[in-house]
Design a protein around this ligand. Structure first.
Ligand code: PBG
Length: 322
């Protein structure tokens, strides 16, 4: 036989030589939930191993992240006060701003990214200002600029807008450029679907909408071409990194972006994807470590350069042991 593909699979060393994709610690961003208050260390029931911390309890988590050599964290703030505009998001002394200052002061090398949105801060749980029972896009952009400038002043390394407002990237780019932050990069949640896989996160971040859903701003899971259109606009508006979210059910979209854009591509391995693996493993139905590594590797193979994942610490431990 001329062609026998098994010749290159015979031993681990030849498999190493022909291996096309690798998951490394360098690929990982670890999300953190930081809650206003003191002495908080609350387990999130649907996300085993993930907790909400207050600033006075978060150091041991950060020590671990740094010891495992994870390059970056993505912060989500959980404020004690919510209102209908989410005005806490642009309070220079808000939980997010204080968290950024705390981390940059105590862990100056850790790369800090903030999730830029309103849903954890609004009384109605939507990602912007409500007019006529829907999120008002352009009114929300005005507040988005205020939020991002406040994060920038606190010393964040990168901002990651996740609200799926039209024009959010150009608004943020302009706001940063005009206030002395032309070098602060933007990672856009460019192609973000209206997904049931966010369920556990909404418990974790206390951000479920009190009425309706997010289908008027997040994408329809049926659509693929539209993902390219979303990414094109964000690319043109100056997003430095383009993200696809969720990851596992959207590997085709990750590949589309990789093939079409000369920008780093990120994906978000979301809470529901994490919860499913943890739950099946807890029942003894799957091998947690192998399924975790295989799922994350599939994201690399699809074309992701960066993976945001609640598994970051677990993966780093596996990789360091090898
Ligand atoms: C919204 C936001 C969400 C997630 C990250 N940012 C949830 C949503 O759109 O409702 C989900 C993350 C996850 O499920 O892990 N600011």
């Amino acid at each position: 036989m001329i062609n026998r593909t098994r010749r290159l699979r015979k031993t681990e060393n030849i498999r190493r030589l022909v291996r096309e994709n690798k998951l490394t610690i360098d690929d990982l961003i670890y999300p953190l939930f930081i809650e206003e208050g003191e002495n908080i260390e609350t387990e999130i029931v649907s996300m085993p191993g993930i907790k909400r911390f207050s600033l006075d309890t978060i150091s041991k988590e950060l020590d671990e992240v740094v010891a495992l050599d994870i390059p970056a964290v993505l912060l989500f703030g959980i404020p004690s006060e919510k209102d209908d505009t989410g005005s806490e998001t642009w309070n220079d002394n808000g939980i997010m701003q204080r968290a950024v200052r705390f981390i940059k002061k105590n862990y100056p090398d850790l790369y800090v990214i903030t999730d830029v949105c309103f849903c954890e801060y609004t009384s109605h749980g939507h990602c912007g200002i409500i007019h006529d029972n829907d999120v008002d896009n352009d009114a929300t952009l005005v507040n988005l600029a205020k939020q991002v400038i406040s994060h920038a002043k606190a010393g964040v390394d990168m901002v990651a807008p996740s609200g799926m407002m039209d024009g959010m990237i150009s608004t943020i780019r302009e706001a940063l450029d005009n206030t002395g932050f032309p070098n602060l990069p933007i990672m856009s949640y460019a192609v973000k679907y209206s997904s049931a896989f966010y369920g556990p996160f909404r418990d974790a971040a206390d951000s479920a909408p009190t009425f309706g859903d997010r289908r008027t701003y997040q994408m329809d899971p049926s659509n693929r071409d539209e993902g390219l259109r979303e990414a094109t606009f964000d690319d043109q508006e100056g997003a430095d990194i383009l993200m696809v979210k969720p990851a596992l059910s959207y590997l085709d979209i990750i590949r589309d972006l990789k093939n079409n854009f000369d920008r780093p591509i990120a994906c978000y391995n979301v809470s529901g994807e994490y919860a499913m693996i943890k739950a099946a493993a807890a029942n003894g139905w799957i091998d947690e470590e192998r399924v975790m590594m295989e799922a994350l590797l599939s994201m690399k193979r699809a074309g992701a350069d960066i993976i945001i994942t609640y598994f970051a610490k677990d993966v780093a431990k596996v990789l360091l042991k090898k």
